[in-house]
Design a protein around this ligand. Structure first.
Ligand code: UDP
Ligand code: MG
Length: 328
């Protein structure tokens, strides 16, 4: 097989109900492309039949290459691994659950032909997702926009097309905490969007639990903004102002209203709790940043690979690890 022009990266975690349909729709799409394409499937430590199904696809179709992680590392890391593994000149990242319609890829390619290096898909609506998810996602993207150093377009996920040049830069970024859509915005180049209605999942349950979504949101903010660190200064100023006000009040009461019941325990207790919580809050924020520094300093590989399905490699034995994929 010649070197493919298009690489489609798909992270997969327990998607046995979706893989067949996803492959069918993508094969249809690939027929319409003007060059060779490869599918890069990343099995993120699935516990269902996903890996078996991926292996079968690989055996039947040489365009399918895959990596299987030794455990679940999370969506962002799976995409990272996929990007490390691609060969194509044009790279597309999409989910396995068909919430990102593969047909949109054609519109993305059109934009690439017009000279854009990054084309991200922007959601106009999220069909059938819970109101809580929609509300939190809406709020999060707007908060991130205010806080982040770079301009992050709202309502964009990881569904996008990237030029090889951009992918090479992403692959060269050594950071271990990877918020792909943030890094993608950070690199710059000519970027544009295509709009789409987000479909419901084809089948199966959402793999992003509340905990995972929360972690992703905190990661997004911490990796793109230093504003929360500055919050400690502002909160310190605020509590100093409140303390000053209290001193003035107490002085006033002492001089003009000695019988006031507010002087004493109530005031002290409130003050104590207020200051205590401000301090703990600030320590928590510091902790988020220090935790990330710790992660970076440890320098562990970002993921571990237990199996590779590649036309160039034979199927490797479990736990063997290609050196160039083990860390970035
Ligand atoms: N996914 C993954 N690892 C995880 C969680 C999710 O690889 O730990 C994959 C999942 O299989 C899907 C994509 O990431 O292809 C998006 O997940 P999901 O549909 O649950 O999230 P959404 O973005 O739709 O809320
Ligand atoms: Mg989904």
């Amino acid at each position: 097989m010649n070197k493919p022009i298009y690489s489609i990266v798909i992270p997969i975690y327990n998607e046995e109900e979706n893989i067949t349909e996803m492959y069918r729709r993508l094969s249809n799409l690939i027929e319409q492309l003007d060059g060779e394409a490869e599918l890069i499937l990343i099995d993120d430590g699935s516990r269902d039949r996903s890996l078996n199904m991926i292996r079968e696809l690989h055996h039947c179709d040489s365009r399918v290459r895959y990596l299987s992680f030794a455990r679940n590392f999370g969506h962002q890391i799976a995409v990272t691994a996929g990007l490390n593994f691609v060969q194509g000149k044009i790279v597309i990242v999409m989910d396995a659950d068909l919430q990102d319609p593969p047909e949109l890829i054609l519109a993305m390619i059109e934009k690439w032909q017009q000279g854009y290096q990054v084309v991200y898909a922007q959601r106009l609506s999220r069909k059938q997702e819970s109101w809580l998810k929609r509300l939190t996602a809406y709020a999060f993207y707007r908060i991130l926009r205010v806080l982040a150093d770079v301009d992050i377009p709202p309502d964009t996920g990881d569904f996008c097309l990237m030029d090889r040049q951009v992918v090479d830069i992403l692959n060269g970024m050594p950071e271990r905490n990877r918020y792909i859509r943030g890094l993608r915005a950070w690199v710059g180049f000519r970027q544009t969007s295509v709009h789409f209605e987000r479909d419901p999942r084809f089948a199966g349950k959402e793999k992003y639990t509340f905990g995972k979504s929360w972690a992703l949101a905190v990661n997004g903010i911490v990796s793109l903004s230093k504003v929360p660190l500055r919050l400690a200064t502002y909160l310190g100023m605020l509590s100093a102002a409140i303390a000053l006000l209290m001193i003035l009040l107490v002085l006033y009461w002492r001089l003009f209203d000695p019988a006031s019941p507010l002087i004493g325990f109530t005031l002290i207790t409130i003050g104590l709790f207020f200051l205590g919580s401000v301090q703990l809050f600030c320590i928590g924020i510091l902790g988020e940043y220090i935790g990330r520094i710790y992660e970076e300093v440890k320098g562990r590989p970002v993921y571990t690979v237990k199996e590779i399905g590649d036309v160039n490699h034979t199927l490797t034995t479990p736990a063997s690890q290609p050196s160039h994929h083990s860390s970035i």
